[in-house]
Design a protein around this ligand. Structure first.
Ligand SMILES: Cc1cc2nc3c(=O)[nH]c(=O)nc-3n(C[C@H](O)[C@H](O)[C@H](O)COP(=O)(O)OP(=O)(O)OC[C@H]3O[C@@H](n4cnc5c(N)ncnc54)[C@H](O)[C@@H]3O)c2cc1C
Length: 414
């Protein structure tokens, strides 16, 4: 016999980093929340390493801090990005970012995804207003009338004013609700891993746009970097299977000797690159959050950051609606969130995809164009400042710099 339906203000599908953070934020704002996750509880409370090191903006850190989640992240797990350099092919010039004029000592911070997820789970587990249903599947969803009704495979049924999908960029719930999405499959795969190195990185992140593949090296504590290698998808398996020494040598050949000898530490993980932007972020009794709303290409490191800005926007909109006695699940209420989050994400989504297209095209016109774009970025200062501010959220304007002698194109054999 079906059990009596439970009543919640908000039901969230997906206890990834965004679903968990949203649950904590809504609980703090006084809402009764249910969180549905198909993974079992042990996978949430003790997540395994997935190779992702998440670069967080200052605003993202502020949001996490306001929820008490940042305080749950051990200090030694946080690495500072002090500066960044964008290198183009074999050119010895680079586009540099420094925090010196911004009032911050770092451009941003890197935290392993596994640690963020663990801290977010602990934050939710400590909030009695969140009813976490882990290890369950959704059978049906209905959103007509004054409630959304979610029927679970374990026989339980949840009634709610608002259903939020935070169930990844391939969101089944988004599809069930009939919301389409712009999606771009780059035909590329990113391979991520940690590398130990001999010389100090001084907290500098490198993005090297090679002609065959893109390599980012992100500075971690303990004389290590997170390597993010983007290759055509048909080459990814070979990269994953390469003996560790050969793999490190192949990255060394592209990056050179700036950090001394590179050595693979731990596992390599692969992610196919598909970017997604939903056609709308809300419907009657329904909203999208996190990657289910906007799944970014990782090159500009904005996916989770944008997810957090969405958490902030949705919590504000729902709190204001409740404060003025309005129904939190009405489309009219949710359209304010939709508009704000679209404004925050669409330019970055389109800009990132255009950047990726330009910097991964090996044809001569594209090579010339990217050199011109990088140089132009230094001369059109107001434009550059505005673009970079938007792109990096509190990063100062970039500066085009000639290479210092020790950064002239590296000799991999040195
Ligand atoms: C290599 C790489 C590097 C990245 N680097 C950065 C970075 O530097 N900075 C940054 O901001 N972002 C970065 N990102 C993006 C970031 O990882 C994502 O934006 C973030 O994980 C999105 O979180 P989410 O909770 O929306 O979705 P997900 O992490 O995808 O979680 C979705 C959750 O929903 C659950 N689920 C799915 N379907 C269902 C269902 N039907 N029912 C119940 N539960 C379901 C899943 O089990 C999962 O727990 C990177 C991504 C990659 C791949």
């Amino acid at each position: 016999m079906p059990s009596k339906p439970a009543l919640h203000d908000v039901v969230i599908v997906g206890a990834g980093p965004v679903g968990l953070t949203l649950a904590a934020a809504l609980a703090d704002a006084g809402f009764e929340v249910a969180l549905i996750e198909r993974q079992v509880r042990a996978a949430l409370s003790d997540p395994q390493p997935d190779g992702r090191e998440i670069a967080l903006t200052h605003r993202a850190v502020d949001i996490l801090r306001s929820l008490g989640l940042w305080q749950r992240i051990p200090a030694e797990a946080v690495s500072s990005i002090r500066a960044a350099r964008v290198l183009n092919g074999r050119s010895s010039s680079y586009l540099g970012f420094d925090p010196q004029d911004s009032g911050h000592s770092a451009l941003g911070y890197l935290v392993p995804n596994q640690i963020i997820r663990k801290a977010a789970y602990a934050a939710v587990a400590a909030r009695t207003a969140v009813d976490l249903r882990a290890g369950v599947q959704i059978e049906t969803i209905q959103t007509a009338g004054d409630a959304a009704i979610v029927q679970l495979a374990d026989g339980s049924c949840l009634h709610t004013r608002l259903l939020v999908a935070a169930d990844s960029r391939f969101s089944e719930t988004r599809r069930r609700m009939g919301i389409g999405a712009h999606s771009r499959d780059f035909g590329r795969t990113v391979v991520v891993c940690r590398l130990a190195h001999e010389r100090p990185s001084d907290g500098i992140a490198y993005e090297c746009f090679g002609y065959e593949r893109t390599l980012a090296l992100l500075p971690l504590n303990g004389q290590m970097v997170s390597a993010v290698v983007t290759v055509a998808s048909d080459q990814a398996e070979a990269l994953l299977q390469m003996p560790p020494e050969d793999f490190a040598a192949s990255l060394q050949a592209q990056f050179g000797a700036r950090l001394g000898r590179l050595r693979l530490v731990g596992e390599r993980h692969a992610y196919p690159l598909v970017a997604v932007h939903a056609d709308r972020f809300s419907a009657h009794r329904f909203a999208l959050a996190g990657d289910a709303a906007v799944g970014m290409h990782p090159v500009t490191a904005h996916g989770f950051n944008l997810g957090l800005y969405g958490v902030d926007a949705l919590t504000r909109v729902l709190s204001a609606a409740r404060g003025s006695g309005r129904d939190i699940g009405q489309l009219q209420t949710l359209s304010a969130y939709d508009a704000e989050h679209r404004r925050a994400t669409l330019p970055l989504y389109l800009g990132t995809n255009a950047l990726v297209g330009l910097f991964t095209d090996n044809r001569l016109p594209a090579r010339l164009a990217r050199t011109a774009v990088l140089r132009l970025a230094d001369h059109a200062r107001p434009l550059k400042a505005a673009l970079m501010q938007r792109l990096t959220d509190a990063l100062p304007p970039a500066r085009w710099r000639p290479p210092p002698p020790n950064l002239a194109h590296p000799d991999p054999s040195a």
